[in-house]
Design a protein. Structure first.
Lengths: 261, 310
């Protein structure tokens, strides 16, 4: 990792009244890398995630993306910078088709004025055609081809998660944030999502993953950061983290991994 | 090209109709076209952008009064009066929208309701400018390039207004802006995460639809050739809401169906059963909401789907 990290947080802290949700957290995420963040409930995973996604302002500390601070930017500005998130509970747009949902993901890349839209300029028509083509490509990439023309309401939960990923990819992010992408999925669907996330990283996109499912995360992440009570208690490869004594006592508990330590 | 041909055909047919109608029928026809125009705009605001706003009919009134005041009191020529009138609607809509869209659903409804009520108060208290409770009368449309537009030709103007409004809203709906509006309504948090500026999208949708209502009001001003505060009462915006819901919220065709049905219902029923037409209206409303929540257009969708499946 000689390259400078794409995302850097230093001393990231969030306080809710008397509660210290995240304390003094340093994270680095590199291009093309999958970084996993784990921790028991209340460890500060979601708070960290929301601060990086721009949905929550840090109490202290800095977040730098590609060398620029993102602290204080409005939430909707993040996608334009190249930071896009998925939601743990799928949030599709119900009144739109699968394809239109994905086309909405290209919002920040549609550089057309309303006048061009109203006059149906050549550029406007071309942009719409390109958007349809890109959306169809992403539908194929995540494996939703069979549901291309479905109403969003008819998708299964697992298909909804795939749509969520395709929509985020449509923004052409440089950093993708996954909020528990395996939650609620069947084992087969988990494997599929894992394959897609690997392919995303292989495209040179930095991936930050927050996950509850240990097996899913350990098989996927190249590096893992473990949080407990808002603090980083360990980091390293999945193998290193799994034998870390602090991690074992804080999180893994009775999973049997402790026997190896 | 296909779309253009469709609009041309519709313009021809709807205009031709204007030349065969009697005077009472012409009045009904013109008002119907205006209701359709308003319902189309309100459908975009309420059905597509999801804003529960009650100011739509007030902007219709603002357009009507603005054009008359600008023409006959300020003394502007017609093209300039139209442009300034649109500007007035846009500025007023921004004054309402910028603070109001920061509020969520219920509070937007309250703020726009207050605005609509305030508008009627201003009309009543406007003395010589608005003509007070009596309103404005004794005027006529200035000649356009030396031509006086009256009778069926003015009905053609209304046809073009309606089709122009439809084309404009249709194009907006089928663009990135329409998708952003629907996304904001469906899930503002997800829309924001995908880079949609939620407040800005709401404000633009509100300003565009309000300006369109204002333009319709300008055209209306020369239909009855008199405007008064009672014409712009609060009940009208609820009528628009019912039209959109009965026809099928979020669908242009739904707005048209709803406007035609709810406007013509009393026209046809009151000679037969008098004021009891309100009862029929209520029953239709309840039946649609209970059995066809997607509106009457949902029935059409059902048969199209069955026909395709067969």
């Amino acid at each position: 990792m000689t390259q400078a990290p794409l995302l850097v947080t230093r001393g990231l802290t969030k306080r809710f009244g008397g509660l210290l949700a995240v304390a003094d957290l340093d994270l680095d995420v590199h291009t093309g890398e999958i970084l996993g963040v784990i921790g028991p409930n209340g460890a500060g995973k979601s708070t960290t995630f929301n601060m990086i996604a721009g949905a929550l302002a840090p109490t202290a500390g800095g977040i730098e993306f590609a060398g620029k601070s993102t602290v204080g930017l409005p939430t909707h500005a993040m996608a334009g910078y190249g930071i896009v998130r998925t939601f743990q509970h799928n949030k599709p747009f119900h009144s739109m088709s699968v394809r239109e949902n994905i086309m909405l993901g290209m919002h920040t890349r549609m550089n057309l004025s309303l006048l061009q839209v109203l006059l149906r300029s050549r550029a406007a028509l071309q942009a719409e055609r390109d958007a349809v083509r890109t959306a169809d490509g992403l539908i194929d990439f995540v494996g939703l081809s069979a549901a291309r023309d479905s109403e969003v309401g008819n998708l299964s939960f697992g298909q909804g998660r795939l749509l969520e990923i395709a929509r985020a990819l449509a923004a052409q992010p440089r950093l993708m944030l996954f909020d528990e992408p395996a939650a609620g999925l069947t084992p087969a669907e988990c494997d599929r999502v894992a394959g897609i996330i690997r392919a995303i990283a292989a495209r040179g996109i930095a991936v930050l993953l927050i996950e509850h499912d240990m097996r899913f995360l350990m098989a996927l992440a190249q590096r893992v950061v473990v949080l407990n009570c808002g603090r980083k208690i360990a980091q390293g490869t999945p193998q290193q983290v799994q034998v870390d004594a602090q991690v074992v006592s804080a999180y893994l508990g009775n999973l049997g991994v402790g026997a190896h330590a | 090209m296909k779309a253009l041909a469709g609009y041309l055909l519709a313009a021809l047919v709807l205009s031709a109709l204007a030349f065969v109608l009697g005077s009472y029928q012409t009045d009904v026809y013109r008002k119907l076209l205006l209701w359709i125009t308003l319902a189309l705009g309100y459908n975009f605001l309420f059905g597509i952008a999801g804003q529960v706003a009650f100011s739509h009919f007030a902007f219709y009134g603002i357009g009507a009064y603005a054009i008359l005041i600008l023409l006959f009191q300020v003394g502007l020529p017609l093209p300039l009066a139209i442009l300034v009138g649109i500007a007035v609607c846009v500025v007023l809509s921004l004054l309402v929208a910028i603070p109001a869209t920061r509020l969520e659903g219920f509070y937007l409804a309250l703020a726009t309701l207050a605005f609509a009520q305030l508008f009627v108060v201003v009309l009543n208290e406007g003395r010589s400018i608005t003509g007070g409770t009596g309103g404005l009368a004794n005027y006529r449309l200035p000649d356009v390039l030396g031509v006086r537009i009256t009778g069926p030709w003015y009905t053609v103007v209304i046809v073009l207004l309606m089709l122009g409004t439809l084309a404009l809203l249709w194009r907006l709906d089928k663009s990135w802006f329409g998708r952003a509006c629907r996304a904001v309504r469906d899930d503002a948090q997800a829309a924001q995460a995908m880079g949609v500026n939620v407040a800005r999208t709401k404000i633009i949708a509100y300003a565009i639809t309000s300006a369109l209502a204002g333009v319709a009001g300008m055209v209306y001003a020369f239909v009855d050739n008199t405007v008064s505060p009672v014409t712009f009462g609060l009940e009208n915006v609820f009528q628009l809401l019912f039209m959109v819901i009965v026809g099928g919220s979020g669908r242009h065709a739904g707005a048209i169906v709803g406007a035609v049905l709810l406007y013509l219902l009393p026209v046809f029923l009151s000679p037969l059963i008098g004021h009891h037409h309100a009862l029929v209206f209520g029953l239709v409303m309840v039946a649609v909401v209970l059995f066809q929540p997607k509106g009457l257009i949902g029935i059409w969708d059902y048969w199209v789907a069955r026909w395709r499946a067969a």
